[in-house]
Design a protein around this ligand. Structure first.
Ligand SMILES: [Zn+2]
Length: 341
């Protein structure tokens, strides 16, 4: 429990945790999941989840270090150019990491899914360069990744070997259960040939190599949720029992060094970014509400779909633009107030 003797950074962290885990989901979607999962993560982290994750990034990333980011759910025909949940979170974290820690974020995304992330970064003033371009501070780099499932693991190993990242961040990155089967959050199995871009291989292989990993998700089937595997099985209706023949559930056993659960995955990334801005005492590193609106609109124009409605609109998981703008104001105020005299 919090009290007036709790250290300020802990209180800020708990308040950010609360703000990013507000759950607003449509009638047909399972609810009452995020709070119990948050409690499991906080128990595991022995404190606020965003504080543990932000400290992990701060400790592991120095000026010039390369960071790999995956921020695309394994794609299906429903969202052919990527969904709106993921790219915005990646862009917001890329900005704080590059401008605050001097790290060099490298996105790992198939050519077909890249544009919304590029647009999100540009909306925040982050140029996205190709592998051939000369990198410069404050920019990000885009690396290609194969659509084909069979080629994903080899490409993951190649990218890790070539770029030697100091951290890998996996946002909204759908990952397999212990039987190796990837499921949607609603419990349906996704056949390997239907998965366009098995991005989880990047973080999975990084973890095996001892590289620091951060996983961010909003259901229980995303990379990193292995940290609270039994809680996902207990608290998600499809956690232990899926709708396919494997009968093993959607919960993934792939774990990360730090894990974030949130109302949508973008919010999880925003929470870590604003916590990091607080720790660095530079609240201006976190994007503004105007930039939030610009970013979500630009992503939609770039072809991203809301994964719930399938429409190209400035909404995320059926949470509409105004709520994202509102959350931005809240997170900014928590941190600015915390830093003011
Ligand atoms: Zn199954």
């Amino acid at each position: 429990m919090l009290n007036y003797e709790t250290p300020p950074h802990q209180i800020i962290g708990f308040n950010i945790d609360q703000a990013i885990t507000l759950e607003m989901r449509s009638k047909s979607w399972p609810k009452g999941i995020i709070q119990p999962l948050l409690h499991a993560v906080q128990k595991d982290a022995q404190g606020p989840q965003v504080l543990k994750a932000a400290l992990g990034l701060k400790e592991n990333i120095s000026v010039g270090d390369k960071i790999l980011i995956t921020c695309i759910a394994a794609q299906t025909p429903w969202v052919p150019n990527s969904e709106t949940d993921g790219p915005a979170g990646g862009a917001v974290l890329a900005r704080v990491i590059s401008k605050g820690l001097g790290g060099c974020p490298h996105f790992v995304i198939n050519e077909k899914h890249q544009q919304p992330t590029i647009s999100a970064c540009r909306a925040l003033g982050i140029p996205v360069l190709s592998e051939q371009d000369k990198t410069r501070p404050g920019s990000a780099v885009m690396l290609d990744f194969p659509i084909n499932y069979e080629q994903a693991e080899a490409r993951a190993l190649e990218v890790l070997h070539k770029y030697q990242p100091k951290a890998v961040i996996a946002i909204e990155t759908m990952s397999p259960n212990p039987k190796g089967i990837v499921h949607s959050a609603s419990g349906a199995a996704i056949a390997n040939e239907e998965i366009e871009g098995a991005y989880f291989h990047v973080a999975k292989q990084a973890s095996k190599q001892g590289i620091y990993t951060l996983g961010i998700g909003d259901a229980g089937n995303e990379f990193g949720m292995g940290r609270i595997y039994s809680a996902v099985r207990e608290f998600h209706p499809a956690g232990a029992e899926c709708r396919c023949e494997c009968k093993t559930g959607i919960a993934t056993d792939l774990s990360a060094d730090a894990l974030i659960v949130a109302g949508c995955s973008n919010w999880g990334a925003y929470g870590v970014a604003v916590m990091l801005a607080y720790l660095l005492e530079k609240p201006e590193l976190f994007h503004t509400a105007v930039e939030e609106e610009h970013m979500l609109r630009q992503m939609a124009i770039a072809g991203a779909n809301d994964a719930f409605t399938g429409e190209s609109q400035a909404s995320v998981d059926n949470i509409h633009l105004e709520a994202h703008i509102g959350l931005n104001y809240l997170l900014t105020e928590i941190v600015k107030n915390g830093l003011s005299e």
